[in-house]
Write a new protein. Structure first.
Length: 186
C-alpha cells in the first residue's frame, strides 16, 4: 500500500534568517511596522515573539484553515491587497498559488540546512513531511480499485464509503472532497 504524503511548506521558519540576510528587507518591514504570516498551523506565538525580539519588527500571525486558505490568499492577491508577507500551507495549495503568480522568489540562507530535494525552486521550500496513510479493507476493495493519489478519493464510487478518524483533529477536508464525508464542513 502506498502512503499518501502531504508536504507542508513553511517559509516562515526561515523568516528570521531571511531578513537578517537582506538588510533592505528588514528596513522595509520596519517601515511597514510588521511582518505578516498566514498559515494553517498552531503554536506560533513563541516564534512570532522571538522574531519580533530579534528583528525589531512585529511578527503578526493569522491562522487560516486549509479549506479557506486558497480562497483567502487569492482574493487578497487579485484585489491587490495581499496582507501576508509569508505563506505556509500544504504543497498542492502552494503550487496553485505559484501557478497564479502569487509567490515571489526568495532564496533564504536558512534553506541551506535542508536537503536539495526540499527545494522545488526559489518560491517553495519544503520544511517537513506529514504522513497520511490510506487504510482500506482488502475484502471490500479490489487491488485495481485502490486509490493511487489523494485526488482519486473524489471519485463518486467512494461517496459514503470513507471514514476519517478524529476528523476535526487529523486533517481538514478540502471542499471538493466534503461531499464524500456526510456531516463534514472541512
Amino acid at each position: 500500500m502506498k502512503k499518501f504524503i502531504v508536504l507542508l511548506l513553511v517559509i516562515f521558519f526561515m523568516v528570521p534568517y531571511a531578513y537578517s540576510a537582506d538588510q533592505t528587507l528588514v528596513e522595509k518591514a520596519k517601515a511597514e511596522g510588521k511582518v505578516s504570516f498566514y498559515a494553517n498551523i498552531t503554536a506560533i506565538q513563541p516564534i512570532m515573539q522571538a522574531f519580533t525580539k530579534d528583528k525589531g519588527v512585529k511578527g503578526e500571525y493569522t491562522r487560516i484553515s486549509t479549506s479557506k486558505f486558497l480562497a483567502t490568499v487569492l482574493t487578497e492577491y487579485q484585489a491587490g491587497k495581499l496582507i501576508a508577507d509569508v505563506l505556509q500551507s500544504p504543497l498542492p495549495i502552494m503550487e496553485l498559488l505559484k501557478d497564479k503568480g502569487v509567490l515571489t522568489a526568495y532564496k533564504s540562507p536558512a534553506a541551506a540546512i535542508y536537503p536539495e530535494w526540499t527545494r522545488k525552486d526559489d518560491k517553495i521550500q519544503i520544511f517537513g513531511i506529514e504522513y497520511v496513510a490510506l487504510i482500506y479493507n482488502k475484502d471490500l476493495v479490489k487491488p485495481k480499485d485502490v486509490p493511487k493519489r489523494y485526488e482519486d478519493l473524489t471519485d463518486p464510487k467512494w461517496k459514503g464509503k470513507i471514514a476519517n478518524g478524529r476528523e476535526r483533529l487529523l486533517w481538514p477536508i478540502p471542499p471538493a472532497m466534503q461531499p464524500l464525508f456526510p456531516g463534514s464542513s472541512g
